[in-house]
Design a binder for this molecule. Structure first.
Ligand SMILES: [Cu+2]
Length: 199
C-alpha cells in the first residue's frame, strides 16, 4: 500500500497544482475462488496517463530454470520488452499470437528486445522446451497492475471520473473475463472496489 500512501501524502502536501483534476486511485480485491491465487491483471481500458514505466526501466521477460519469469507481464501498447536468457543453455522465444514473432534462439547472458504495437494476449513459447509458457498482456490502457497472491491490487494515478475496471487471468473463464466493474473515481481520492467474479 506504500504507493497509494505516497500518493495521498503527495496530494496532502501539494494541493492545487494548477488546472486539471488530481488523479485518484483504486484499491481492491479480485474474488474468484482458486483463480485469485494466480496472477490477475486489473486494468482500466482507455485511460492514458500512467506512463508505461515512469522510471524508464524496461520490463523484462526472463528465462531461468527452464521457465519464464514473470508468468504474466502486463505492458502498455508501444512498450519495448527485454527478453533474457539466464540459463546455461539455449532458449528460443516465439509467440503465435497477435503480431506473431520468433526472436530466435540464443545463449545465456544474451538478450533481445521487442516492441509491442498491437494490443492482445501474447503467449510466450520456447521451441526447445515445449513445457515453457508465459503471457504478455499488451493493453490499450496505461492504468494496469497485477494482483498479489490473494487477489489484492492497487491502481494509482487513475484520472477522476467514471471508469470500468476489467480483469484478465489465465485461469478465468470467458464469462468472468467479460465482466467489468463500474467505478467512480473522485478527484484525489482512493476508491475501494471489490471485483467479485464468483458464479
Ligand atoms: Cu527454452
Amino acid at each position: 500500500m506504500r504507493g497509494l500512501l505516497g500518493l495521498l501524502g503527495l496530494i496532502f502536501v501539494l494541493p492545487a497544482v494548477g488546472a486539471g483534476l488530481e488523479p485518484g486511485g483504486i484499491v481492491g480485491r479480485v474474488i474468484a475462488g482458486e483463480a485469485q491465487r494466480h496472477p490477475v491483471v486489473v486494468f482500466v481500458p482507455g485511460v492514458p496517463g500512467q506512463a508505461a514505466r515512469a522510471t524508464g526501466e524496461r520490463p523484462v521477460m526472463d528465462q531461468r530454470n527452464r521457465s519464464f519469469g514473470p508468468h504474466v507481464l502486463p505492458v502498455g501498447v508501444g512498450t519495448t520488452v527485454e527478453f533474457r536468457n539466464s540459463d546455461p543453455f539455449k532458449h528460443n522465444i516465439f509467440s503465435p499470437d497477435g503480431e506473431r514473432y520468433n526472436l530466435g534462439t540464443w545463449d545465456q547472458g544474451q538478450s533481445r528486445t521487442y516492441t509491442f504495437r498491437r494490443a492482445g494476449i501474447y503467449r510466450q513459447l520456447c521451441n526447445i522446451h515445449p513445457e515453457m509458457l508465459a503471457y504478455i498482456l499488451v493493453l490499450d490502457a496505461r492504468a494496469f497492475v497485477l494482483t498479489d497472491g490473494e487477489g489484492r491490487f492497487e491502481l494509482p494515478a487513475v484520472p477522476a471520473g467514471r471508469h470500468t475496471v476489467r480483469v484478465w487471468g489465465e485461469k478465468l473463464t470467458p464469462a468472468q473475463l467479460a465482466r467489468g466493474v463500474e467505478v467512480m473515481v473522485a478527484e484525489g481520492k482512493v476508491t475501494a472496489v471489490e471485483i467479485d467474479l464468483r458464479p
